[in-house]
Design a protein around this ligand. Sequence first.
Ligand code: ZN
Length: 447
Amino acid sequence: MSRRTGSLNLKGRFMFWNKEIETASREDIEQLQSNRLKQCVKKVYENVPLYKTKFDEVGLKPEDISTVDDLTKIPFTVKDDLRDTYPFGMFAVPKKDVVRIHASSGTTGKPTVVGYTTKDLDMWSSVMARLCVAGGVSAHDTAQVAFGYGLFTGAFGLHYALEKIGVTVIPASSGNTEKQIMLMKDFGTTVLISTPSYALYISEVMAQMGIDPKRDLKLKYGLFGAEASTEEMRRELEERLGIVATENYGLSEIIGPGVSGECTDKCGMHINEDHFIVEIIDSVTGEVLPYGEEGEVVITAMSKEALPILRYKTKDISNLIPNKCSCGRTSMRMAKIKGRSDDMLVIRGVNVFPSQIETVLLKSQEVEPHYEIIVKRENWLDQLEVLVEIADTSLLENYSRLEDLQNRIKSEIRTILSIDANVKLVEPNTLKRFQGKAQRVTDLRDQ
Ligand SMILES: [Zn+2]
């Protein structure tokens, strides 16, 4: 079923990578999911001590799972399970069958380690190839991978998928931005692969170098991932770089990039449902929420050999979109990630996602999409401070216009969050830029 179909449209571009699976009926998908889930449950029960313990604790036997509807009987897996079994304790195959290791860097302590067999790597590049094709990429393209190559899954995940499609791949890695831009120009890069925040920085350096992407470069598509971003940020990137920007989603614990991604219609990320089952839960009660309701993303990766994972709690916040997409794909979609439950700030009792603040800031033409959020505690009261760069330095000479802009942003933040923020407008190019995942929030309340 994972055989490449590579259906072409009239212009000779791919429309689908695995048409059969990408346009499969719900019944066929659920049948496939059920079969794979059944096999997976049996395999992890026999080979992964952690799962045997989890199952035994709730009195669950592998034969109790026969369809996807039984999924809710299975206990959740959390990041600490991977940490507690560091490094290879959750692998379901002997170490000799593992051909690749990746790891995500933990801010504290040991990283989370994941492994792949040869078959896993092939599945990974297939699911990611589908998402690249959905995002507009074809064999005619030249793609520059500006993710860091290393233990991080981003670069390799895209790299092999792009090669599979027949794209000319430039493994530029992240950083060295002026050289990136030189390569883009000289090699005729048509697709940029990076985090949205790095793409933004690249566009800024282009402007400083006097390069107009629409005039001087051949960029057509941007496939962005590894961090959540807003619709406003997408528009900004599309406008600055002259591209169609899509977002894709994944995490190393599940596979890396390749879980889901947008088609060029940009209306939710198509899930590769034949390999990943996505549920949305209430993270407090653990209850599965109905389609459309926002909650924590939980993913089961049931076809992997080295590291199958059941009901993994991602801490990412999204909702499911079940109806068929205008692109012809029938797969369930996930809305853009609103944020991570980890990133959610509770300020004076109000839940605040940095993405909500980004939405307000990027609406204003007078400020740049560079900002910092600082939360501190003064006199036992939480204070929210938002620093944002102004677009035009001449504004600094006009105090009343500056004050007016500041008040406008303040009032919009108040409308959306119902709390007051201390908005500070700063000069262009004074806030930090990012070459990987952006780090825009500083919470000083514990200090
Ligand atoms: Zn679509």
